[in-house]
Design a protein around this ligand. Structure first.
Ligand SMILES: Cc1cc2nc3c(=O)[nH]c(=O)nc-3n(C[C@H](O)[C@H](O)[C@H](O)COP(=O)(O)OP(=O)(O)OC[C@H]3O[C@@H](n4cnc5c(N)ncnc54)[C@H](O)[C@@H]3O)c2cc1C
Length: 435
């Protein structure tokens, strides 16, 4: 009872690492997430394109903390925070805290467009990646017996957003078109299938070097992806994407990777929220104007002389902030001086397809086969658990040699599953209305 209570909101990269680092400390930790597993977001696109099973990129939280008496895992949707009473409120419970750490990451930003939110397919959670996989597989089943007039909408797949997620997904879809779909559906003509990548700005992979931007676009175009830059999407009614310049594309499949916005729990003071709904923190990740609330990872906005517009929203930043805060929390126990967060970017990378990737390090930039090996090696290193590393490696090796996978299962929820989800408050408000 005399231990200080730390409540961590979110078991993503930052929240999970902080809890792991503090697992033998003198703090009493409560880790709350809406899912009972940690998700490895960089490989969502491989789940969506049926290259990896969701279980190989997801890790049950209770397994991670099985024998830790000072870490309590709680599954629930965080509703709000009462900073005056020092309590976190979820759908079911209230959790008192001495220190609060907000690490709730981001969700898709539809920029206020309700139509796009309703009809497009986002990819910001494992469940959304599975939904997208089902959508794509059902789409091709529909193609077999649709009318000529419906075919165009089915055969156009539009990916919105030319960041790393959009580029990687568009490349994977183009490889599916080339290697997998003609074998699964020998009666269909996949020359009619078009993969579009629409980017609102002038270039894809905007934060990367010119060489990487050009090379990745060249790779995509070689794979047959139609890359449109300066293509701002204005609306989508489930059948037609309308662009600001008046152009339209018929599609039943708009995949949304065009922006993210912070998941800020109600109760966090509005004055500390900045662009992208991020929480302004000082160099110790402490929320401005507070003494016992911290924010980490994608949700945190920290201005430093090296990063005057805040850090990039990347897993590596989230991990490094969590590691620094863990050390500072140990220092706080014996009133030692805290150390500010200092970030040295190791570089950025993206893959476009088999043997095709681009890597920007501070001292060298390279593209092609070696970049692809580096990309695979680093992602394997980042994945939790030796078993998952091995499963992913085996899957990648099989698809390298066969250009195929055996994971194309359409698994849809049953009525009972939906009722169960509702009973346990596991439907988000949008899903609850339609279920
Ligand atoms: C498709 C995709 C690809 C990416 N690829 C890369 C990459 O290649 N390299 C890279 O460095 N970064 C990549 N990123 C970004 C990277 O995943 C994020 O920077 C990182 O996940 C941020 O970590 P975080 O801990 O701040 O938040 P997250 O990892 O997003 O974790 C937030 C957690 O909070 C939980 N949560 C949120 N709201 C609530 C609520 N109300 N109640 C309960 N729980 C809640 C969520 O379930 C989640 O578990 C990618 C992101 C996506 C979406």
């Amino acid at each position: 009872m005399d231990k200080k209570r730390v409540v961590i909101l979110g078991a993503g990269f930052a929240g999970l690492l902080l809890a792991k680092k503090l697992k033998n400390s003198a703090y009493d930790i409560t880790l709350i997430d809406q899912y009972n597993f940690h998700q490895f977001q960089p490989l969502f696109y491989q789940v969506a394109t049926a290259r990896l099973e969701p279980s190989s990129i997801s890790f049950p939280l209770r397994k991670i903390f099985q024998r830790r008496k000072n870490v309590h895992v709680r599954i629930g949707k965080i509703k709000s925070v009462d900073t005056a009473a020092q309590k976190v409120i979820t759908e079911e419970c209230t959790f008192p805290y001495d220190y609060l750490v907000v690490a709730t990451g981001c969700t898709s930003n539809f920029f206020g467009n309700k139509n796009i939110e309703k009809y497009a397919f986002p990819m910001k959670s494992t469940t959304e990646a599975i939904t997208l996989r089902n959508r794509l597989l059902l789409n091709f089943e529909d193609a077999l017996d649709c009318s000529e007039s419906e075919l165009e909408g089915i055969m156009n797949i539009v990916v919105a957003g030319g960041g790393a997620t959009g580029v990687e997904l568009a490349g994977a879809l183009a490889e599916m078109k080339k290697n997998v779909l003609p074998r699964d559906y020998p009666d269909m003509d996949f020359s009619k299938l078009n993969v579009y990548l629409l980017e609102g700005g002038p270039v894809t992979l905007a934060p990367m070097s010119k060489e990487s931007q050009q090379k990745s676009q060249e790779y995509l175009e070689k794979l047959g992806v139609k890359v449109w830059t300066d293509a701002l999407i204005q609306d989508y009614d489930g059948k037609v994407v309308s662009l600001k310049d008046g152009q339209t594309i018929r599609t039943n499949n708009l995949i949304w990777a065009a922006g993210i916005i912070g998941n800020v729990p109600d109760g966090i003071p509005k004055e500390v929220l900045v662009r992208g709904n991020r929480i302004k923190v000082d160099q110790y990740n402490r929320v401005e104007g507070t003494t016992n609330i911290f924010a980490l990872g994608d949700i945190a906005y920290m201005e430093t002389p090296e990063f005057p517009r805040g850090h990039a929203q990347l897993a590596n930043v989230a991990n490094n902030q969590a590691a620094n805060l863990a050390k500072n929390m140990e220092r706080m126990l014996d009133n030692r001086e805290l150390k500010p967060f200092v970030y040295k970017s190791p570089g950025t990378m993206a893959t476009v397809g088999k043997r095709k990737a681009v890597v920007d390090l501070s001292w060298i930039k390279f593209q092609g086969f070696f970049a692809w090996l580096v990309w695979m090696f680093l992602h394997l290193m980042l994945i939790l658990s030796a078993k998952n590393k091995l499963i992913i490696f085996i899957n990648w090796a099989i698809s390298y040699f066969t250009n195929d996978t055996t994971l194309r299962l359409i698994l849809l929820p049953t009525r009972k599953q939906i009722e169960l989800a509702r009973e346990h408050h596991r439907l988000d408000s949008g899903d609850a209305q339609t279920a």
